[in-house]
Design a protein around this ligand. Structure first.
Ligand code: FAD
Length: 447
């Protein structure tokens, strides 16, 4: 069995390692077009902001480790240019030597990720307008800040990565403006929950511009000096970071005639097989069955990519695996002193998907109120008023947000109802929670 993996970070590295664990004799080759494999892209904002100080810590596994520990042939700086599903080969460009070779495979796993969206704006090509996807991008941003002593930044896009960058640029003492086209920060949340995050941003002197886009990037000698917004606002900047979303890297699959779904990602089944059963795809490039909507959706997050990679690796090596459990877009972000997290559908998404839905919000304490240090926590639950099935939850607070959302995400995995949640047996002692936890209180209100 000759297994070829394309892309060596979240999904690809997981797939290759799992394939080896399931078949000692398979020949496993991993092609990565860039220099590094298995790096922690989720850690990049914190490396830029110097909260993570050692660059080497981001390199979770090296090609040597893959070779020694797993007998996996990792070839970095090798770009897979095309896939031939009839002959079962890939054409690979060695970016160092310029040589092109045809490599045969029995099973092929695509984990090509996604590309940051860059709108065709005047000035977008300037040397100090950056997107952040990999270690090279992080190195370039860090080097530019250090070399030019940047003092003012504009971050475009108030999603998860945009907010992490705002926090980290503030940590570096850059005066930072945040621009978001929608009328709220963190678009996956409902507006009143997002407002709590916005307040934390303004409390840290971040200027937040909502409901307007960057129209022009002003430049001088190929260097951005500021941006002009659709509402006429002009903002001076030494640095512009774009965090306005990603588009799935589907080119290889599409050119090979593999089915692409309605949301623009590669279509896969529960074992991550594409429309060609010996070609698997995972990660940001695919559409997963969504755990609540039960339709294919793009969920560009690390958890699903790692789990799907593991399933694809096992199935490619052994032709069997447990099916992928439908993800629900569970995500979390720290913004200065507060945390915001979400799982499943917010109210506004539930409305759009026309599910019958109702929402409640409670304000609780992250542990017993009488125990020192109790912090306020907002929890919003969205559910089906007829069946009680939980459709989603959002939480914002200073402490304990992750625990509540993870508990509810777990209940949702089992298609739990608000009645299930009201009875869930959570651990309790005053420093950790309450006998009636915010999760219970939300469920009591909903029941
Ligand atoms: P990637 O990990 O991007 O790997 C794709 C790889 O394929 C790339 O290295 C690319 O060079 C390579 N490749 C592409 N085409 C080819 C080709 N033709 N030939 C050879 N190689 C190719 N998710 C979370 O859940 N939580 C977080 O906190 C979080 N933070 C993030 C912060 C940042 C800054 C970024 C960029 C992402 C973050 N994510 C986070 C998202 C998460 O990193 C991705 O969902 C995950 O990495 C997707 O895995 P993947 O394998 O699909 O793609």
């Amino acid at each position: 069995n000759r297994i070829i993996v394309v892309g060596g970070v979240a999904g690809g590295a997981s797939a290759a390692a799992r394939a080896r664990r399931c078949d000692e004799r398979a020949e496993i080759i991993l092609f990565e077009k860039d220099e590094y494999v298995s790096f922690a892209n989720c850690g990049l904002p914190y490396f830029i902001g110097e909260e993570i100080t050692e660059r080497s810590k981001l390199l979770v596994a090296t090609p040597e480790l893959f070779r020694k520990r797993f007998n996996i042939d990792v070839r970095t700086r090798h770009l897979v240019q095309s896939v031939n599903v009839e002959n079962k080969t890939v054409s690979v460009l060695n970016r160092e030597s310029g040589e092109v070779s045809e490599e045969p495979w029995d099973r092929l796993i695509l984990s090509t990720g996604a590309a940051p969206i860059t709108p065709p704006l005047p000035g977008i090509e300037s040397e100090n307008v950056f997107t952040l996807r990999n270690l090279n991008d992080a190195d370039a941003i860090k080097a530019f800040i250090a070399e030019h002593g940047c003092q003012k930044a504009v971050v475009v896009g108030a999603g998860f990565i945009g907010l992490e960058m705002v926090e980290q640029l503030h940590h570096l003492k850059l005066e930072t403006d945040l621009v978001e086209l929608q009328s709220q920060v963190l678009p996956p949340l409902d507006p009143e929950m997002a407002r709590l995050v916005q307040n934390e941003l303004t409390d840290h002197d971040i200027k937040v511009h909502l409901g307007t886009a960057v129209d022009t990037i002003q430049t001088e000698n190929n260097t951005a000096t500021g941006v002009e917004l659709g509402n006429g606002t002009q903002i001076a900047a030494d640095l512009v970071i774009l965090g306005i979303g990603v588009s799935p890297a589907i080119e290889l699959a599409q050119a090979a005639g593999i089915d692409i779904g309605e949301r623009g990602g590669i279509s896969v089944n529960d074992f991550m097989q594409t429309s060609h059963p010996d070609v698997y795809a995972v990660g940001d490039a695919v559409e997963y069955q969504h755990g609540v909507l039960e339709t294919p959706q793009r969920i560009p997050l690390a958890g699903p990519a790692n789990r799907a990679g593991r399933i694809a690796g096992q199935h490619a090596a052994s032709t069997s695996a447990d099916p992928m459990i439908a993800p629900m877009g569970t995500a979390i972000v720290r913004v200065f002193g507060i945390t915001a997290a979400v799982t499943g559908l917010s109210k506004k998404f539930a409305e759009r998907s026309q599910s019958k839905n109702r929402s409640i919000i409670i304000v609780g304490k992250h542990h017993a109120g009488y125990f020192p240090g109790a912090q306020q926590l907002f929890l919003k639950l969205t559910y089906d008023p007829e069946t009680g099935r939980i459709l989603g939850a959002q939480s914002v607070g200073r402490e304990g947000v992750d625990k509540r959302i993870d508990v509810i995400a777990t209940a949702m995995k089992f298609k739990g109802t608000v009645r299930d949640l009201a009875g869930v047996d959570l651990c309790y002692a005053p420093p950790f929670g309450s006998a009636k936890d915010p999760v219970h209180m939300a469920a009591f209100v909903a029941c």
